[in-house]
Design a protein around this ligand. Structure first.
Ligand code: SAM
Length: 469
């Protein structure tokens, strides 16, 4: 029985409710009165139910699809403005005991295995700091012997402790396998930002086939991980589906139900939603799965997510190339990775491709990505202020829902961009960035804040760092 408040995976992600949702969406997708009424509700920017959002996703009327895209753009502007937050993944270890069919880390893979030592993590962190990164997502395979929680905790300590020149990693998000409440509490105490775990697929039968062996085979344990993370005091959790494995409409409904569940059970929805698509990798052919989607459909999915959960950040990685990223930035993405290496140790030894997880499509340097964003009139942001000021979970959501995010985050974005320009940018990026900052300063509504930001920018110019509102 479907129950968004239930603690049981099969009740808050009810297979029956998803099938009913898809049937309902199919039955009304050509009824323009229904579609219009959902679009009308969506314009309030307070979100949609999984049923309503699934109707929009199913609708094929071109005029309505264009309205969906326009609305997603407006909501994006309303909640996030033109800021784009930057991060990079840091792969600690590719040892893994799971059997995930889409992942080259699976236990029978002949991929070269590597686990970073603390000295190597220090070197990777310095390499990332030297590019200008301030925010990382730590990634690891699941292996209680090679990558126990103690190893992850020690690695987090190491990353936070490295201060090279003006560099600092100020927020580390963590993407490791589902674990216990006790371990989530340890991660919380170690000062992680968001705990990220992709569901891969919400379809239980498909999930069990795609994860034939290892701890990850357990659908309920994996699906209930965010509940345990929240019980372990982690306020910010990041959901995601690996699109391309199973039917995207099923996944979308499941994802929306998962967000509704977190809101119903904990009073706070997901902090972020990631939209990875399965990519070619060692021994992995994306075409061998059932759920491939075109770039156009992918964009529609992102737009529907933006409309359905306006206050949830959306992340796109370098799995996608420049063109797709450009399109999705407009439709709702608020965070992107830049200059990513998916190999273990790949930031120090760029040629070490034999340990990598999947092929990246966007291979540009961070400076090229920053310049590209500035040229499109986005403000690249290295801000980590909310998390460091304790504005997590419901406190962050309140800020976001009341649209105050713009008054607070925009100035922070400008100040962190200034730091980047001073310490890491090439000449062209620097010139374009300074002009952008000058222009964007005028958009800060409160004179008092505008003056404070001007003062801080001058202080950054004079060598001081780490200002935030
Ligand atoms: N091991 C952790 C777990 O089991 O959730 C997470 C770390 S894993 C390095 C991060 C994510 O990479 C996985 O959740 C999966 O969605 C994604 N991934 C695996 N193989 C992929 C592929 N071939 N293409 C794109 N993404 C992939």
């Amino acid at each position: 029985m479907y129950d968004p408040k239930s603690v049981k995976a099969e009740e808050f992600i009810s297979h029956e409710e998803i099938l009913n949702t898809l049937e309902y969406a199919n039955s009304v997708k050509d009824d323009m009165a229904v579609v219009d009424s959902i679009l009308e509700k969506a314009r309030d920017a307070k979100g949609l139910s999984h049923r309503e959002a699934s109707v929009l996703l199913a609708c094929e009327n071109q005029d309505k699809v264009n309205q969906i895209f326009d609305l997603a753009f407006q909501i994006k502007q309303q909640f996030y403005g033109n800021r784009i937050v930057l991060f990079a993944p840091l792969y600690l270890s590719n040892y893994c005991i799971n059997g995930c069919l889409y992942c080259p880390y699976h236990r029978n893979s002949d991929i070269a295995r590597k686990k970073l030592t603390q000295d190597e993590i220090r070197a990777e962190t310095i390499a990332l700091q030297n590019m200008g990164h301030k925010r990382l997502a730590v990634e690891s395979g699941e292996d209680p012997v090679n990558n126990p929680i103690e190893y992850i905790l020690e690695s987090l300590d190491t990353i936070y402790s490295v201060k090279h020149k003006n560099g600092a990693i100020r927020r580390v998000n963590v993407n490791i396998a589902a674990t216990t409440v006790e371990n989530y509490r340890k991660l919380h105490d170690a000062g992680i930002g968001t705990y990220i775990l992709f569901q891969e697929t919400y379809d239980k039968a498909g999930y069990e086939q795609l994860h034939p062996t290892g701890p990850k085979h357990n659908y309920a344990y994996h699906t209930e991980a965010m509940d345990r993370a929240m019980q372990g005091d982690i306020d910010d959790v990041g959901l995601g589906v690996l699109f391309g494995l199973e039917n995207y409409r099923y996944e979308f409904a499941g994802l929306m139900m998962h967000a509704e569940h977190l809101e119903a059970a904990f009073g706070v929805g997901p902090h972020t939603i990631s939209v990875p698509r399965v990519k070619p990798a060692h021994g992995v052919d994306p075409l061998s799965f059932d759920g491939g989607i075109s770039d156009e459909l992918f964009a529609k999915l992102a737009a529907c997510i933006r409309i359905a959960v306006p206050y949830t950040g959306m992340i796109i990685s370098t799995r996608e190339g420049k063109g797709v990223r450009e399109k999705l930035l407009r439709l709702g993405v608020s965070q992107i990775s830049g200059a990513s290496r998916t190999s273990v140790g790949g930031y120090v030894e760029a040629s070490e491709e034999d340990t990598r997880q999947f092929e990246v499509s966007d291979t540009r340097t961070l400076d090229e990505v920053i310049k590209w964003l500035i040229d499109m009139n986005y403000v690249p942001s290295f801000c980590t202020a909310c998390y460091r000021a304790g504005r997590t979970g419901d406190r962050f959501m309140e800020l976001c829902k009341s649209k105050q995010i713009l008054n607070c985050c925009h100035p922070n974005a400008l100040m962190t961009l200034k730091e980047y320009l001073m310490d890491y940018a090439g000449a062209e990026t620097s010139e374009a960035g300074e002009k952008l900052i000058e222009k964007e300063l005028d958009t800060i509504p409160k004179e008092k804040i505008r003056n404070l930001v001007r003062k801080n920018l001058a202080n950054i110019q004079n060598g001081q760092r780490d200002f935030r509102l």
